[in-house]
Write a protein that binds this ligand. Structure first.
Ligand code: CP3
Length: 348
């Protein structure tokens, strides 16, 4: 017998276009350093990457914010940089600084990377984390898988680290477009295989993080943010009909408009550089929107947090909405402020 609509998970109902009286809620980077229980499990694992590849402990940290706050969705604990590692790049994290990778900027470095079908050997523990989670999550909680969008992942592979303005990636695009596009094509194909396996393991929704989409302007945005998203989504929809996709072209500005229609995404996540009122008018007209409370409220809390949360809920109340932050929660956030946000959204 098909599931009654009212018995479906709230996140899936919002993604199907339903306007709910109370928006479902989860939070980017909800498993993270602001939680003492995360820090304890990470210490047990040894370091961040060991935690990502330890399926039992990765499942444990994924579940921690669900136990604490009862979020409507759990996001698989992993990282967008595991895919380049699976393609053969060296990856390590420098404490207090962030990721480091061996760089890919030449024809021969690109050729030395592995084929898209060779990634699973490294990524198998991630799929095992998904399988554990699909068994252990509460029945009302939606499991979200994810990957980085090709452009964002490429910015790290080209620079060998995070950069403020994505300068090295823009430079390679200008100086050797063939290699630049070769990296993006490989990442696009690898992302399809990676997300497909996450879905087969039990992910009910997938999200594509294009954190640096905002630095692509005009035609570059269309070619390197929109087109890869469209290709990935089309192939996932062909292989796994009915699995919703959330796209997050962060800081896309006016390029948020029409992004869902152009790519086939079921939901567009908006950062906090646009107002909820603007996004309701220009983005939510095409379907579900996710966002967009500024992460700093998780540090500062108080009446501002309550007012902003209510304003966002109200602005998006006439259409499908998933409440979230505009970007990931930061390590200096106060766990009590997260509870205050959840209570405010749920009217408690
Ligand atoms: O949201 C979640 O709870 C799921 C897990 C998740 C992580 N990273 C865990 C993580 C997800 C979805 C990501 C995505 C990710 N990773 C993005 C895109 C989203 C965004 O925030 O823009 C990017 C750009 C990365 C790459 C990355 N990973 C960076 C730049 C860093 C270092 C910066 C930092 O916050 O320290 C990471 C590390 C990372 N990924 C941590 C976590 C919990 C912190 C690592 C630690 O425990 O020390």
């Amino acid at each position: 017998m098909p599931e009654q609509k009212s018995e479906q998970k709230l996140i899936l109902r919002a993604l199907a276009g339903e306007t709910l009286p109370t928006p479902p809620i989860w939070m980017m980077r909800q498993a993270g350093r602001y939680l003492p229980e995360y820090r304890a499990t990470r210490a047990q694992a040894g370091d961040f990457l060991s935690l990502c590849y330890n399926s039992d402990l990765a499942a444990e940290v994924t579940l921690q914010p669900i136990r604490r706050y009862g979020f409507d969705a759990a996001i698989l604990f992993a990282d967008i940089l595991l895919l380049p590692q699976a393609l053969g790049a060296d990856l390590w994290f420098v404490t207090g600084e962030g990721p480091r990778l061996s760089t890919t900027t030449t024809e021969s470095e690109l050729a030395a990377l592995k084929d898209k079908d060779a990634i699973h050997e490294v990524l198998n523990p991630v799929y095992e984390t998904v399988r554990i989670l699909s068994r252990e999550l509460p029945k009302e909680t939606t499991l979200i898988g994810f990957a980085g969008a090709p452009w964002t992942v490429a910015t790290y592979m080209i620079a060998g680290r995070g950069t403020k303005d994505q300068g090295p990636a823009h430079a390679l695009k200008a100086e050797n477009r063939a290699v630049f596009e070769g990296i993006l094509d490989l990442l696009t194909d690898g992302t399809i295989e990676y997300l497909s396996k996450q879905i087969e393991a039990g992910a009910e929704v997938v999200k594509l993080f294009d954190s640096w989409a905002g630095s692509l302007k005009g035609e570059d945005f269309d070619r390197y943010a929109l087109e890869p998203a469209k290709k990935i989504i089309a192939e996932l929809k062909a292989r796994h009909p009915g699995i919703p996709v959330i796209a997050f072209p962060r800081e896309a500005g006016d390029k948020y408009i029409g992004f869902a229609k152009a790519t086939g995404a079921d939901c567009v996540a908006v950062d906090d550089s646009v107002t909820a009122e603007w996004a309701a008018e220009h983005v939510q007209v095409d379907g579900c929107v996710q966002g967009n409370l500024a992460s700093r409220h998780m540090v500062s809390g108080g009446q501002d947090l309550i007012n902003e949360t209510r304003r966002i809920v109200k602005a998006f109340s006439k259409g499908p909405h998933i409440f979230n932050l505009g970007h990931g929660i930061t390590p200096d956030a106060d766990p009590d402020n997260v509870q205050l946000m959840v209570d405010t959204v749920r009217g408690r």
